[in-house]
Design a protein around this ligand. Structure first.
Ligand SMILES: NC(=O)c1ccc[n+]([C@@H]2O[C@H](COP(=O)([O-])OP(=O)(O)OC[C@H]3O[C@@H](n4cnc5c(N)ncnc54)[C@H](OP(=O)(O)O)[C@@H]3O)[C@@H](O)[C@H]2O)c1
Length: 262
């Protein structure tokens, strides 16, 4: 999506993929700097290591605990997180809704992506957040952090992933976010028990699969619920990276077309 964006804006640059071994993020950043790179996207598993490898850390990246975008300006390394704001924009685009007005369930809140969604939602003014994770003990530090950030202004609850608990809580939820890796493989079991989705639910699956929709997307479609998959997040986090690098609006339709073509 970035090469079509560069082309659409007439920018004489190229987006390339570089594999970096774990533990070598700082060394890689120095090399990019020397080679006159303008910016970098950082993905799994380097987003946490990148936090400590920049000269200037954006406050939001610090709050979300991960850097996925580097901008190199006058030899200085600036670290940003565009996953969180990308989530907000994609919810707005897919559902014409604002996170602050929704009661949100984040499944997989103990993982990196789920944590970012939960923290970003609270920062964006969400008043009602329900967190679930297979390993429930991972939710406790996040709960404490969210309580601190929201100064008690948010109703924060946890629920277990068993069918009975989920079915009990889903009537009080508007937006359901899957931030687990469940759904990446066709043979993965369904995330939600059958029969608990309603047509009024907004269903957001961070997972994306090129060939066929995930089971969660299929369940949502079957009941007539609005859906968004991970492609939407991929697009918008990329667009915000582009804006950091070039200080101009991203050519979103060129990027969307590039993404779909890829
Ligand atoms: N669309 C995008 O641009 C975008 C961006 C970021 C992430 N993602 C997607 O989001 C997902 C999570 O990424 P991440 O970086 O957060 O990974 P992560 O840090 O490894 O977290 C994985 C999460 O999935 C849960 N999980 C794994 N297997 C499970 C299962 N069988 N049943 C229930 N829960 C299970 C884990 O629970 P435990 O804590 O119990 O292990 C944990 O909460 C991935 O599918 C990734 O592709 C998409």
């Amino acid at each position: 999506m970035h090469n079509p964006a560069l082309q659409a804006c007439g920018i004489d640059a190229q987006y390339v993929r570089v594999q970096v071994p774990i533990g070598q993020v700082q060394a890689a950043f120095s090399l990019f700097q020397k080679q006159n790179f303008l910016g970098v996207n950082i993905t799994i598993p380097h987003k946490f290591e990148a936090l400590n490898a920049v000269d200037v850390l954006d406050p939001l990246a610090s709050q979300l605990g991960a850097v996925n975008t580097l901008a190199i300006r006058k030899g200085k390394l600036f670290g940003y997180n565009t996953d969180g704001p990308g989530f907000l924009r994609s919810v707005q685009e897919a559902f014409a809704a604002d996170v602050k007005d929704l009661r949100i369930l984040v499944i997989g809140a103990g993982g990196g992506a789920g944590r970012a969604v939960a923290v970003q939602s609270v920062l964006a003014g969400c008043k009602n957040l329900l967190l679930a994770n297979r390993t429930e003990s991972k939710l406790q530090p996040l709960l404490a952090e969210l309580h601190q950030r929201s100064h008690g202004g948010v109703t924060l609850r946890t629920c277990s992933l068993d069918a009975q608990h989920l079915a009990q809580h889903l009537p009080e939820i508007d937006l359901i976010v899957n931030a687990t890796s469940l759904g990446m493989k066709a043979e993965d079991s369904a995330l939600l028990p059958a029969g608990c989705l309603e047509s009024r639910h907004l269903v957001y699956d961070m997972v994306y699969r090129a060939n066929e929709p995930t089971k969660l997307m299929q369940q949502a479609k079957a009941v007539g619920a609005k859906q968004a998959d991970g492609m939407c997040l991929l697009l918008h986090q990329g667009a915000i990276s582009f804006e950091h690098w070039f200080d101009q609006p991203a050519p979103i339709e060129a990027m969307r077309a590039g993404l779909l073509a890829a």
